[in-house]
Design a protein around this ligand. Structure first.
Ligand code: FES
Length: 101
């Protein structure tokens, strides 16, 4: 199901935004003009990825430094071992649309 999670201008280039929907929190990122969406919860011990730091398509968890590729959710740096869920995302009509299960 496609859901409008944010206005396009609410996700700054090189930045991120936390979005709550139906009791769940998502992390939106924009790098090089493209918007990406991950589950907000780090797979290590649950740190909030939308409060981390973003550099070159990699978000670093603010709690213990795990790093995830925002394009896939794959782990690129420990201590996390499991990928975080990634959701297909498009920008249309000034809104960020995320394909949620
Ligand atoms: S909770 Fe994210 S690295 Fe530990």
């Amino acid at each position: 199901m496609k859901v409008g999670l944010a206005a396009e201008e609410d996700v700054p280039e090189g930045g991120m935004r936390c979005v709550d929907l139906r009791g769940r929190r998502y992390a939106l990122f924009r790098e090089k003009g493209t918007v990406y969406c991950l589950d907000n919860t780090c797979t290590h011990l649950g740190g909030p990825l939308c409060e981390g730091t973003l550099r070159e398509f990699v978000v670093q968890c603010p709690w213990h430094g795990s790093r995830f590729d925002i394009r896939s959710g794959q782990v690129v740096g420990p201590p996390a071992r499991s990928a975080v869920r990634m959701y297909p995302t498009t920008v249309e009509g000034g809104k960020v649309w995320v394909d949620l299960p």
